[in-house]
Design a protein around this ligand. Structure first.
Ligand code: AP5
Ligand code: MG
Length: 190
């Protein structure tokens, strides 16, 4: 089974992916984490993308497309993906379909976590006290939210059309959301 989870910054993509990965033996592919690792490791790519990430904008479709292709082409992860934070625009959504088809896979369900900007600001502020993410200031969190809003509408329509989209209230508690997602997964597992 392959799952896509998306939503604004601080929506709980990572939190819910962590729980689902353990429960269903899946592999979490977080493009944000992969990109931050490149920055941490000071790779050429890391140097190229750090300004973009730290200003709350999207890294180029080609760069993230190449990153995810490395994993999708790896048989060890076949049909075990939870895509956390990919796709973020229509080009990426189409690219994901192409890459999966090329490797004889498909998306089984798409989860959208909906959370208001006020709650997001609160969560990001709280997280910034615990973790050191360079893009977790209020200003950049708002910018990330705006970037999300600007690009996501066609992605939502794309997955609505293919009847894969399930919208989840991301303002419920972590365990309520986890139960809801588990129910949806059990439903498609049959
Ligand atoms: P990414 O790392 O994906 O960041 P993001 O989308 O801004 O989302 P976050 O990781 O901040 O939030 P989350 O939804 O995972 O929430 P979390 O579970 O941590 O991307 C970073 C950057 O990389 C992008 O801005 C972009 O530049 C680049 N990038 C990444 N993917 C890209 C792509 N495909 N294309 C181009 N560029 C890309 O939860 C947040 C906090 O809230 C935590 O403290 C958590 O404990 C708490 N929390 C979670 N759920 C709940 C709940 N239900 N109730 C109360 N608290 C909760
Ligand atoms: Mg995350």
């Amino acid at each position: 089974m392959n799952i896509v989870i998306f939503g604004p910054p601080g929506a709980g993509k990572g939190t819910q992916s962590d729980l689902i990965v353990k429960k269903y033996n899946l592999f979490q592919l977080s493009t944000g984490q992969l990109l931050r690792k490149e920055i941490e490791d000071k790779t050429e790519l890391g140097k190229e993308i750090s300004n973009t990430i730290n200003s709350g904008n999207l890294v180029s479709d080609n760069i993230v497309g190449n990153l995810i292709e490395r994993y999708i082409s790896n048989k060890a992860y076949k049909n075990k993906f939870i895509f956390d934070g990919y796709p973020r625009n229509l080009i990426q959504a189409k690219k994901l379909d192409q890459l999966l088809a090329l490797h004889d896979q498909k998306i089984d369900i798409v989860l959208k976590l909906s959370v208001s900007l006020n709650i997001i600001k609160k969560r990001i502020l709280e997280r910034s006290l615990l973790e050191k993410r360079a893009d977790d200031s209020e200003e950049i969190a708002i910018r990330r939210f705006e970037t999300y809003e600007k690009n996501i509408k066609p992605v939502i329509d794309f997955y609505k059309e293919s009847n894969l989209l399930r919208v989840i209230n991301g303002e419920d508690t972590i365990s309520e959301i986890n139960s809801e997602i588990s129910g949806l997964i059990e439903g498609i597992k049959g």
